[in-house]
Ligand binder design. Structure first.
Ligand code: GCB
Length: 608
């Protein structure tokens, strides 16, 4: 093969860096003026990255980003988006085409659209999430790159859009890597693709990019936060903040960086957000030509001794763990309708809280939960064993945490940022996790920080939680599986912690194939799962500092690690609900447990 140097290839690194050419994240997207790019996109499955690298494995300048079509009968163009198959966006590829169920690698997405830019407007291309690595091109020019499968990113395209026909090409690669977050080993399906909404965000030249609003504390009852403008007139500019129902009208002036801070007395009539009364207020921002709205709630969350105080009152978190997988049959959930089904099951269970495992879920999930009165534990995919000594891995974990907190910091229902799940007790991990804890606190000091830990030893029937990471957390999370991965929790079992901090049992459970019945000692029967959970509940009730429970898990979910024919067939069966949406016996057991404890004063859920 002949190469015309400089014409066909540019010598660029094949592996992309994190987050190049991205614009600062725009928040509150559901309330902005947008032009949707959801719908049918052409795809090319490209396991060898032929559209990205040449035969010397250098990045080619003639890649599929150009979306070429042969212009003459003799011209060689070895791909064609227009005649390639299509997939729906948002959506993972695995659940849309049976041939792609197990596929991991590169898939190219292409979409044509007609667009008429309006004079004086800025336009940003926004992706809710792409799993895992995305390189984005508009009209043949690469405009941005993002690494991380569950958080949003955007880039400005004002100067790049054509009046009329445009096209976007995205190279999506979900190959698992040792240095990635999560790493190559995790217990859920690696759903690849453009898994969340895509749109153009249209803004005035100077616009409201981001804001943070919260209730400072119960004593001073200040509504505090900041607003950030973006654009030429961002500095020394007036911004108005209004909460009409509370008769709040504030006029703020931005600093040289386009940011205005505020703190004012909350009106006496302010009704706090709580699971019982998930009160939201309409919030209106006005700045220059821009107006932006949201619905926000106000509450406080803090820890005192063993207690978690919501609005100053001790709360017991009756929860369930949830994966972001559609209620019936699997696939990534990405719409408010799909999310609502899952959350409605949690409500039926008697929950006031959900653990959204093991990565940031889509924005609609958080917003639905907020409307439904469900408190949230939100998490980043620092899971099991990752590349602890790799600074790029830490940088990426921090980036994912930043993106999650940036997007969701105004949701009253989120009370906990979790920085990881079941990480090993080794020194390099402690440093890594501590850096994440510090990072989360530096971005948001108004919430609690946690992580799902594990017990380290069992001595004389007592399981000890003494993970050194616990010292840095506000709330301890702990995953235990007696009766499933280890011996049953017999009636003498006890749980102890070296910390005086509230504990959430973030996981416990057992697997069962829905509809399979038999003796409670026979694995995979519903009776087995029921018995294990009964024993777990008995143990939980003996823990005086227990302040929450999230059994594993709401619904059976796909996992390539679950290979036992017939019983698993690629599904983790610890759901309280089957993959087809049928409730197992264990669902009713947890519901009964939550009914029994719902009205008890906190501390009485558990026997002292
Ligand atoms: C765990 C993990 C969770 C798994 C679960 C299981 O401890 O945190 O991601 O899916 O156990 O089913 O083994």
């Amino acid at each position: 093969m002949l190469i015309w140097a400089g014409l066909l290839v540019a010598i660029l690194p094949v592996r992309a860096q994190t987050d190049t050419m991205l614009a600062p994240l725009i928040t509150d997207v559901p309330h902005r003026q947008t032009f949707t790019l959801n719908g049918s996109w052409h795809i090319i499955v490209d396991p060898y990255q032929t559209g990205y690298v040449d035969y010397r494995y250098r990045r080619t300048t003639r890649g599929y980003f150009l979306n070429q079509h042969a212009q003459r009968p003799d011209e060689l163009v070895e791909y064609n988006f227009a005649t390639s198959p299509s997939l729906q966006v948002p959506g993972d590829w695995n659940s849309q085409d049976a041939r792609l169920l197990y596929y991991e690698g590169t898939v190219w997405y292409e979409r044509d659209f007609r667009y008429h830019p309006q004079p004086g407007k800025r336009v940003f291309l926004y992706f809710g999430a792409v799993n895992y690595h995305a390189v984005v091109a508009l009209n043949g020019k690469i405009i941005g790159e993002h690494v991380g499968g569950f958080t949003p990113f955007n880039m400005e395209v004002t100067q790049l859009l054509h009046d009329g026909d445009n096209f976007i090409v995205v190279m999506v690669d979900d190959t698992r890597h040792k240095e990635a977050v999560p790493t190559n080993n995790f217990d859920w399906w690696n759903y690849g693709g453009i898994t969340r909404d895509v749109c153009l965000i249209e803004t005035p030249e100077t616009f409201i990019r981001d804001y943070f609003i919260h209730l400072s504390d119960l004593r001073s009852r200040k509504i505090a936060g900041w607003v950030q403008l973006d654009g030429q007139a961002a500095a020394a500019s007036w911004v108005e903040l209004a909460i009409p129902e509370l008769h709040v009208h504030q006029r703020l002036r931005t600093d040289a960086q386009g940011r205005a801070y505020f703190a004012f007395q909350a009106p006496a009539s302010l009704q706090l957000w709580s699971p019982e009364q998930p009160k939201l207020y309409r919030l209106v921002w006005i700045a220059n030509q821009d107006t932006l709205e949201d619905e926000v709630g106000f509450r406080t969350i803090e820890v005192k001794g063993d207690d978690i105080l919501l609005n100053g009152k001790s709360v017991f978190l009756r929860g369930v763990s949830i994966h972001e997988e559609a209620a019936f049959g699997g696939g990534r959930a990405h719409s408010a309708e799909q999310d609502h089904i899952l959350l409605q099951w949690a409500k039926e269970l008697g929950c006031n809280y959900v653990r959204l495992a093991h990565y940031p879920h889509n924005e609609a999930m958080i917003r639905e939960a907020e409307k439904m009165g469900l408190l949230v534990w939100a998490e980043i995919p620092v899971y099991w064993t990752i590349d602890w000594n790799n600074p790029a891995t830490l940088a990426n974990a921090k980036q994912q945490l930043s993106e999650e907190i940036t997007r969701d910091k105004n949701r009253a229902n989120i009370i906990i940022w979790s920085v990881g799940n079941e990480t090993p007790r080794i020194p390099e991990r402690l440093q890594f996790m501590k850096a994440l804890v510090d990072h989360a606190r530096s971005l948001d000091s108004t919430r609690l920080i946690s992580a799902a830990l594990q017990i380290s030893r069992v001595a004389h029937d007592t399981s000890w939680l003494d993970d050194p990471l616990g010292a840095y957390l506000d709330v301890l999370g702990c995953n235990i599986y007696p009766g499933w991965y280890g011996p049953s929790a017999d009636s003498g079992a006890r749980f102890a912690s070296i910390y005086q901090k509230p504990l959430i049992m973030s996981e416990f459970g057992a697997g069962a194939l829905q509809g399979f019945h038999g003796d409670s000692t026979q694995r995979w029967t519903e009776e087995f799962q029921y018995r294990v959970l009964e024993e777990d509940i008995r143990l939980l009730k003996t823990i005086p500092f227990l302040r929450g429970t999230t059994p594993w898990i709401l619904k059976d979910f796909r996992s390539p690690k679950r290979l036992l024919p017939y019983y698993q067939d690629g599904w983790n069966r610890k759901g309280l609900v089957s993959d087809q949406g049928v409730k197992k016996e264990a669902f009713y057991l947890i519901r009964q447990f939550y009914q029994d404890i719902a009205n008890l004063p906190v501390g009485r859920q558990v026997a002292k």
